[in-house]
Design a protein around this ligand. Sequence first.
Ligand SMILES: [Zn+2]
Length: 133
Amino acid sequence: MPAACAKKLSKKDKKYFDSLMVAREIVTKQMNQHVSVALNSGNTKHGAVTHMADYGGENFRRDIELQMLTEEGNVVELIEDAIGRLMEGVYGKCVDCEDAIPHGRLEVKPYALYCTKCKSIREKNNGTNPNLD
Ligand SMILES: [Zn+2]
């Protein structure tokens, strides 16, 4: 880890850096847990497209674990990206409109990519922002 770089960060950025590190540790731990649950749910049936009601408890559970794992993997990527932006001095800016992401939002979600406004625009448009060229 670029521990040496962290020294160059401002006090505020250092705080964000720390919360990103904590967030990454938490997500990594969760991933490890989900991996072991998914691996231990010993049912080998997979790939079948079945109705929800047809799922056995184990299969259903494993699918949920795997889905969470995928989402957590995405979060780890977002956290890595945020650390990179922090190092480049562009952390905390909305990727879409370049407005500052509110501090309160970054405290809850230090890896947030978008400001509240752009986030809700994207949520209404299947994850895309039609205001962008
Ligand atoms: Zn924005």
